[in-house]
Design a protein around this ligand. Structure first.
Ligand code: ASP
Length: 440
């Protein structure tokens, strides 16, 4: 029996009064769902506004001395219609007035943006009859605007210690001087994870508008299979390569605490979604691969130097050049007297000439430096690959059947993923070839 579940509902799950009703029935299905972290109301239809975007707009208009009345009216209407649709008693109009005055009086950008979650949580707490706990009382930021995880754990655990059902607005917290700070966009996921950690939840449920993760990007593969179970490490590999449902920083607190995260669909409450855990639960059979994700737009810097192999510290010096320009490298396959460093083209482009000049100085006329652009990197990820013979053979055979030239290969000893580099023009066909080899 689960004792305590923390739920987080995304913006589309809270876009109108009908969505609020769905949220309440989801909570009623399972009494262990005792904490709720809401985002701000999102889009009701494709061309609709997200409340957070409107708040940012109001703040920037106000700071330019322009009228933000029309934009604020849209925000006001949204909250009033939810309150009316649910017959709530809370005087949300008075809270909206305070927010409007705050924006007009020059409150900071983060304060303005955070009010979307704040107002939404007030409505939800009233609707459910639960306690409202302001995130500013439990989520602590350093003066530089980054999260203070230790203080947050301590304070959040203290304000939620009575274990009474509570609604805690997502996306923001406060510095010790009381100034409101927000996470980056999508940051309510982080608040949910922090609350789950603080109350030692059995599960962190993240309710959104999709039924979990898919094995590949649906823009590339038609109706890809769903992932029912994945580990945090696998997910980290996939999300680094572009697969995103959850804010990347939301994984750390729950992963560390060993709390599984369950991605669920508010519009399909009985669908089990995707379960993300530290170690996948006892599985009868593990699929060979869990998912495929990739990105275009990488460059490979190839460095050759005779006797590089015996020159201690050469690799470090090359990486130091990149570090000096604030560029992180993605992969670094090496040969005896050669090394390749894969970087994101966008960042590299800014200092391309200087970087190449400095690396050429290190080569000292004993070799060459060249760059190949338009590289895509595709990661095939799966805990089922460990100790499993033939996975790489199958993957490369599938690529060769599709006549795809492999430009780079990288596989760590953890055997969690096989990374291939191909021309950008082969990006889609590579994902098709691998997916159809392993999945269908
Ligand atoms: N409302 C914020 C955003 O739109 C945070 C969130 O939804 O998680 O980014």
């Amino acid at each position: 029996m689960l004792e305590c579940i923390v739920t987080k509902f995304g913006g589309s799950s809270l876009a109108n009064d009908e969505q609020f009703r769905k949220v309440r029935s989801i909570l009623e299905l399972e009494p262990s769902r005792r904490y709720l972290v809401p985002s701000a109301p999102g889009k009701r239809f494709a061309e609709d506004d997200k409340v957070t975007d409107l708040l940012y707009l109001c703040h920037s208009l106000a700071s330019e001395g322009k009228s933000f009345r029309d934009q604020f009216l849209k925000i006001r209407d949204r909250y009033l219609s939810i309150a009316q649709g649910l017959h709530l008693e809370i005087d949300i109009a008075a809270h909206l007035d305070e927010v409007e005055q705050g924006i007009a009086s020059g409150k900071g950008r983060d304060w303005c943006a955070s009010r979307g979650e704040y107002l939404c949580a007030l409505l939800m707490a009233d609707y459910l009859g639960w306690r409202f706990v302001d995130a500013a009382e439990g989520i602590v930021f350093h003066d530089d605007g980054t999260l203070n995880p230790d203080k947050t754990s301590e304070k959040l655990a203290a304000v939620l210690s009575d274990r009474q059902p509570a609604v805690v607005p997502g996306f923001y917290g406060a510095k010790e001087n009381g100034e409101i700070c927000t996470f980056s966009r999508g940051g309510s996921d982080i608040t949910g994870a922090l609350v789950a950690d603080a109350v030692h939840a059995d599960v962190y449920e993240n309710w959104t508008d999709v039924s979990g993760f898919l094995m590949a990007d649906p823009r590339v593969i038609d109706s890809p299979a769903e992932i029912s179970s994945i580990t945090y490490k696998e997910l980290r590999e996939l999300s680094h390569m572009g697969a995103s449902v959850l804010h990347e920083d939301a994984m750390f607190p729950v992963h560390r605490a060993g709390i599984p995260t369950n991605i669920r669909n508010t519009n399909k409450p009985y669908h089990p979604g995707t379960m993300i855990s530290k170690n996948a639960p006892n599985e009868l059979s593990v699929p060979t691969i869990t998912g495929i994700a990739g990105r275009k737009g990488y460059s490979v810097i190839s460095v050759e130097k005779s006797m590089m192999n015996s020159e201690v510290g050469f690799g470090r010096k090359v990486l130091q050049v990149l570090e000096n320009y604030g560029i992180s490298f993605e992969h670094m396959p090496t040969g005896i007297d050669s090394m390749c460093v894969v970087v994101q083209s966008e960042a590299f482009e800014l200092h391309r000439v200087e970087i190449l000049r400095e690396i050429e100085t290190l080569v000292e006329n004993k070799g060459s430096v060249s760059v190949n652009d338009n590289l895509s990197i595709i990661a095939t990820v799966g805990r089922g690959m460990v100790h499993n013979c033939g996975t790489a053979a199958r993957l490369f055979k599938a690529m060769s059947r599709a006549r795809i030239n492999v430009r780079m290969i990288d596989q760590g000893s953890s055997e969690l993923s096989i990374i291939v580099g191909v021309n950008d023009s082969d990006f889609e066909s590579t994902i098709h070839a691998i997916y159809h080899e392993f999945v269908e």
